[in-house]
Design a protein around this ligand. Structure first.
Ligand SMILES: Nc1ncnc2c1ncn2[C@@H]1O[C@H](COP(=O)(O)OP(=O)(O)O)[C@@H](O)[C@H]1O
Ligand SMILES: [Mg+2]
Length: 291
């Protein structure tokens, strides 16, 4: 990301015609001068958003998977996304992470980084981590080695040949081990962990890169009740330090962790509010909860 690019991004935002809408978020963000440019390598959250989607559209063979989707997330927020199968939840994450290009619309990380100008690896290194539904840890490596590898791969192949953890990285690794409840399993083969532990390890691998925004797609699917409860604790401990977007179907899990819940349906936001508010919404009951 060059200052030029960010300058360009700031100009593009400034030239958009909806300053009133831009100036407010549900989360209480407030408008600042558009002339403010972020420091390179940092995300400008002066406008109270870490992620901003506006009027995003994607069609697959004429089928509108994402339909004028607009949504924003505040820094440090833990946003829950629910909605029926096929609503576009995973596709939305594909768009944010650069896996799928939208046909139209705006996708910003902070107020200056236009994510549509970046590819998947660039978006990851900008500080957006993604956890897919299936755990993808290296089964033949230990918990420690998996976490170490997450740092190496982040630094690029060249540097990984001579890679050795410095003391800050060792501290970070120890902190992440503690956060993901695997401090007692550091020398275990990842392949021998439970399903839930593998999921935590993969989250730990993302945390090693200290992402600003974490996207988690159905993180507690297949977990035991106890693992689900520990995952809720984990996410609550990450909130504030990171921004999180969590897609889940498990309503008791959502109840434990949620502040604002966004309901997606047919590629757009159907409802948004507290879980109680959206659960009482007739449209939400009809398309999702009432089935
Ligand atoms: N790469 C793709 N090609 C064609 N159709 C797709 C593709 N990805 C998703 N879809 C379709 O888009 C819709 C939304 O899918 P998805 O984002 O996976 O929904 P969700 O995660 O909410 O269940 C579905 O109808 C799905 O079949
Ligand atoms: Mg999905």
């Amino acid at each position: 990301m060059t200052p030029d690019l960010m300058d360009e991004g700031a100009r593009r935002i400034a030239s958009r015609s909806a300053p009133a809408a831009l100036g407010q978020t549900e989360s209480g963000g407030r408008a600042a001068g558009f002339s403010r440019i972020a420091t390179p390598g940092e995300v400008d959250i002066a406008h109270g958003r870490i992620l901003y989607l506006e009027d995003v559209n994607v069609s697959f063979d004429g089928f509108k998977a994402i339909n004028n989707l607009s949504l924003d997330i505040a820094p440090g927020e833990l946003r829950c996304i629910i909605g029926p199968n096929g609503a576009g939840k995973t596709t939305m994450m594909d768009i944010i992470t650069g896996k799928t290009r939208p046909d139209s619309g705006t996708v910003y990380f902070g107020s200056t980084i236009d994510l549509l100008r970046h590819n998947e690896p660039e978006i990851a290194s900008l500080g957006i981590g993604r956890k897919f539904q299936k755990p993808t840890v290296f089964e033949q490596l230990t918990v420690f080695e998996n976490l170490e590898l997450a740092l190496k791969t982040h630094k690029g192949v060249k540097s990984s040949m001579f890679f050795k953890l410095d003391s800050a990285q060792s501290d970070r690794l120890a902190e992440v081990l503690h956060t993901i409840h695997l401090a007692d399993s550091v020398a275990r083969m990842a392949g021998n962990l439970s399903h839930g532990q593998k999921q935590w390890l993969e989250i730990g691998m993302l945390l090693m890169q200290d992402p600003k925004l974490l996207l988690l797609d159905e993180p507690v699917a297949g977990m035991t009740d106890e693992e689900t409860a520990r995952t809720a604790e984990l996410f609550l401990s990450l909130k504030g330090k990171h921004s999180l977007m969590v897609v889940e179907h498990d309503m008791s899990f959502i109840r434990t962790i949620s502040e604002i819940v966004t309901v997606l349906c047919d590629g757009a936001v159907l409802a948004q509010g507290t879980l109680d508010q959206v659960q009482a919404d007739e449209r939400v009951i009809e398309v999702y909860l009432g089935r």
